[in-house]
Design a protein around this ligand. Structure first.
Ligand code: TXA
Ligand code: MG
Length: 509
């Protein structure tokens, strides 16, 4: 028989997490379990070794005796045992914070001890507690952490470190749901590595999120992103959401994160909330449809997070459905709808939320709701106060045309079959060419989208080329028509709209 995998462990803080925090507990009669504690532990007991880690500084202060603490702990362990839940060990730190102990901090000694004594795999383990310290000592040894808002939790949220290995849960029930959602995927490492290679090499991966399945590409590979539009057969470009796995990654994408946006990210990420912020120059135009802003979110699905982390780059993704269809909420939907056009489909089971993320914009003084979604407005407003709700309360995404249009070409555009500069007398004319101009034509500025005639490459270059033309002080931009197949349809749609309206972004629908 193959040796069994080392087990993962769960380390529970005692007061404020398993039982109510009622000051110094001297005897079993002081113990009050939270309503969810026992049922939650029952769901975990077969998959994990369970431990209790508790700081009892009352001992260090001389207010509690070690015996009193032990009696209380024994009572807790026995009560749980009667409910079929075995606790492998209880670790007590008797020190106060200023005694600089080595028990739980800074070297997370208890976790290392447990790992040795019980053969616990810390990388697949969790700490659940109601204090930021609990989170810290989990991360220090590579474990994941759940921060519960029971006990002290609500009071310390601002001190919390955040990241995809940290989950903030209202109570133990939510904590368990997150952990059970996470752990089965720990065994899918190989598939995730393969998917990450596909992303890295410029391919497309359909992946699960908690809302809907996404069709992802490396944000920083414009050609790969262009293929998303091709596969979805979108008749026009729509800005994509960029998915990150760590809060720090947001700084690679946006210029500035307003305090309220951080507050929401710390509270609701990973989760169904997308923030629209001012983008950095380096985010390719094809990702944002030429807008000066980028939509960012951290999805709450372990496979998505692992994929993003493993591929080493934020992943740009719309929902993984062909244009005009319902968003997919299972891997099977994706396979049926997009079949072989996707390089790899990661199956993470049915999506937990099933509607797309809520989109909030932070470009004006007050945050504005652009799309209602998986996170309710009430929840958002309970954290940052009132949010502007767009005049139209419809559930459809608000057109990006509503946003400030820094990059909108001011120069009129015409789509012209026989594009020749000299037919526009006395005018400064620029050419947007598909494969390169035929013959000698007199244009002030020429942009070539793809010498190889590759529509995907053309799409990837379109917005940047238009921007350069717009900056060339021209009276007119002449665009050659392109074949209306594949991404050509999207390119032509944008060019036609631009030629009908002087303002390029206004016509984006
Ligand atoms: O839950 C979700 O958000 C899913 C999963 C895969 O993350 N994604 C999703 O993507 O619904 P998609 O492309 O179907 O919808 C994204 C919408 C776009 O239609 C667009 O209106 C909006 O996000 N959006 C993206 N970037 C924007 C920006 N810079 N400004 C305003 N809106 C933006
Ligand atoms: Mg506590």
């Amino acid at each position: 028989m193959a040796p069994s995998l080392p087990k993962a462990g769960i380390f529970f803080d005692r007061d404020g997490t398993l039982i109510e925090d009622r000051g110094y507990l001297r005897s079993p009669s002081d113990v009050v379990f939270y309503r969810e504690t026992i049922s939650a532990l029952q769901k975990l007991k077969d998959r994990f070794l369970l431990f209790i880690v508790t700081n009892q500084s009352g001992i260090g202060l001389g207010v509690l005796t070690p015996e009193e603490v032990e009696e209380v702990n024994r009572f807790i362990v026995n009560t749980l045992a009667q409910a079929g839940v075995a606790i492998s060990a209880v670790y007590v730190c008797p020190h106060t914070r200023d005694q600089g102990c080595e028990c739980a901090k800074p070297n997370s000694d208890f976790l290392l001890k447990a790992s040795e004594a019980f053969h616990v795999d810390l990388l697949r383990s969790y700490v659940i507690g109601d204090h930021p310290h609990d989170v810290e000592f989990a991360l220090r040894v590579g474990a994941r952490a759940v921060y519960v808002l029971t006990g002290h939790g609500e009071r310390h949220t601002s001190e919390m470190v955040s990241g995809s290995d940290v989950f903030v849960a209202k109570n133990m029930d939510e904590a368990v749901t997150w952990i059970l959602g996470y752990s089965p995927w720990d065994e899918q490492k190989e598939k995730i590595e393969q998917a990450a290679r596909v992303i890295h090499q410029g391919g497309l991966v359909a992946f699960p999120t908690e809302t809907v399945y996404g069709l992802g590409a490396d944000t920083f590979q414009p050609l790969a992103v262009a293929r998303i539009f091709e596969v979805k057969r979108r008749p026009h470009f729509d800005p994509l959401i960029v998915h990150v796995a760590r809060h720090e990654d947001v700084e690679k994408l946006v210029v500035d994160v307003p305090a309220e946006a951080w507050t929401l990210a710390n509270r609701f990420w990973p989760g169904p909330l997308t923030l629209v912020l001012q983008k950095k120059e380096r985010v390719p135009d094809i990702v944002t449809a030429g807008l000066p802003t980028v939509a960012v979110r951290m999805p709450n699905h372990p496979l998505a997070l692992d994929l993003i982390r493993e591929s080493g780059s934020p992943i740009a993704a719309p929902s993984a459905n062909p244009f005009g269809y319902l968003s997919p909420t299972t891997a099977q939907h994706v396979r049926e709808q997009l079949g072989n056009e996707v390089d790899l489909v990661l199956d993470g089971g049915p999506c937990q939320i099933g509607v797309e993320s809520t989109i909030l914009s932070f470009l004006e003084e007050k945050p504005r709701l652009l799309r209602p979604g998986g996170l309710s407005l009430e929840e958002i407003e309970s954290v940052i106060g009132p949010v502007e709700v767009s005049a139209s309360k419809e559930s459809r995404p608000v057109s990006p045309g509503m946003l400030p249009k820094h990059y909108a070409p001011r120069t009129p555009i015409v789509v012209d079959q026989q594009a020749r500069g000299d037919s526009y007398r006395n005018k400064r004319v620029g050419l947007l060419s598909f494969r390169g101009p035929q013959g000698s034509l007199s244009f002030q500025h020429v942009e070539i989208l793809s010498e190889q005639g590759d529509l995907r490459q053309a799409a990837a270059n379109l917005f940047a080329a238009l921007r350069r033309l717009d900056a060339s002080n021209l009276d007119l931009i002449v665009a050659e028509p392109m074949p209306e197949t594949g991404l050509g349809l999207a390119i032509m749609d944008r060019l036609r709209r631009a030629s009908h309206h002087e303002d390029f972004t206004q016509c984006e629908k």
